[in-house]
Design a binder for this molecule. Structure first.
Ligand SMILES: [Zn+2]
Ligand SMILES: [Zn+2]
Length: 326
């Protein structure tokens, strides 16, 4: 069975790669299923053993992941029919996003409801943190080192996930996911929150500028800004001499989300392609090259690959090795 490993073509003037990918990945169940798939789970009962997920929700999410070509359904028994769900190249390539979600939650969410696993780099044996680097010059990249401009398919209206592709963000009520990545979901799990965070990274600071660039209704914008401030991602700063005006700025915690944004958006552009061209153009300011991300180990400086990362404690998902994230 040939694996689908080419990008999905998008329709012209429709939702662009960013909207499509955020619509898919801004769902906690989906991220959790991908996480366990990367750890080697392929079968219903393996996912069910790890997650308090109903059959209906599990079936729906697996179907979506098959439709989006992140998983491939393979029948391993005919009578009765039993299938397993195997990661495609596209599915495996989400590992940098999940690695950074883990890294960010570990740093910024001290009372994490789930004990986060330890990640070890198989090459050097160290517990490590990933470093975001430029593929051209190998230098480490921070939020202020990259210039970002809209590409030919880029604009706010085309980048905000469609309501229809998006499930309502669930709290921790019965039936919803148990909050494995609570803070990440506060950023990604709501279409407008993701857009507000994206705009903040592009330098938007004022209420009216958020409103104008995103086309978001003011009541929703108030709610989203309040929520992001409550999560410590944005903070309000009074403008000197203007007691009536405030700006919203990313906090250190908010800026720390940059690697998740970068890896998610570059994944999006790799796998979804609008006929007009990319949604964003990135340049590393210092070397001038187009910015393509590579991840390195902060301990040994070697380039990371998903297969070189061990997760501890390991999980017994059977045939696959305890290889962590791809
Ligand atoms: Zn560079
Ligand atoms: Zn290392």
């Amino acid at each position: 069975m040939a694996e689908v490993s080419s990008p999905t073509p998008l329709t012209s003037n429709g939702p662009n790669a960013l909207a499509r990918a955020l619509g898919l990945l801004g769902d906690e169940w989906t991220l959790l299923l991908l996480r366990f798939a990367l750890l080697g789970a392929t079968r219903y009962n393996q996912f069910r053993a790890e997650l308090p997920i109903s059959y209906a929700v599990l079936t729906a999410r697996l179907e979506t992941l098959v439709q989006e070509s992140l998983l491939e359904r393979q029948v391993y028994q005919e009578n009765p029919v039993r299938a397993e769900y195997v990661l495609t190249t596209r599915g495996r390539s989400v590992w940098p996003i999940l690695l950074y979600i883990w890294d960010w939650e570990r740093k910024w969410v001290p009372e994490h409801p789930e004990a986060l696993p330890t990640m070890r780099h198989r090459v050097c044996g160290a517990e490590f943190a990933p470093r975001l680097c430029c593929s051209s010059c190998d230098k480490q990249i921070g939020v202020s080192d990259v210039d970002t401009d809209w590409g030919p398919s880029g604009s706010w209206p085309r980048s905000v996930p469609d309501v229809a592709t998006r499930r309502r963000s669930r709290g921790r009520h019965r039936g919803g996911p148990p909050g494995f990545f609570p803070e990440t979901m506060a950023m990604l799990g709501n279409r407008w929150s993701a857009a507000v965070v994206g705009a903040a990274f592009q330098g938007v600071r004022r209420f009216s500028d958020f409103q104008d660039s995103l086309g978001i209704p003011p009541s929703l914008l108030t709610e989203r800004l309040h929520d992001l401030c409550a999560h410590g991602v944005l903070t309000t700063v009074r403008i000197q001499g203007r007691s009536d005006r405030a700006e919203y700025r990313l906090t250190e915690k908010g800026r720390g989300f940059f690697p998740i944004v970068v890896t998610a958006l570059q994944w999006a552009e790799r796998w979804y392609r609008a006929p007009e061209g990319p949604a964003l153009r990135w340049h590393h300011r210092e070397c001038g090259a187009e910015f393509l991300v590579v991840l390195t180990c902060d301990h040994c400086a070697a380039q990371l690959s998903g297969a070189d990362i061990d997760v501890e404690p390991r999980r017994g998902f059977g045939q696959r090795r305890g290889s962590a994230v791809g």
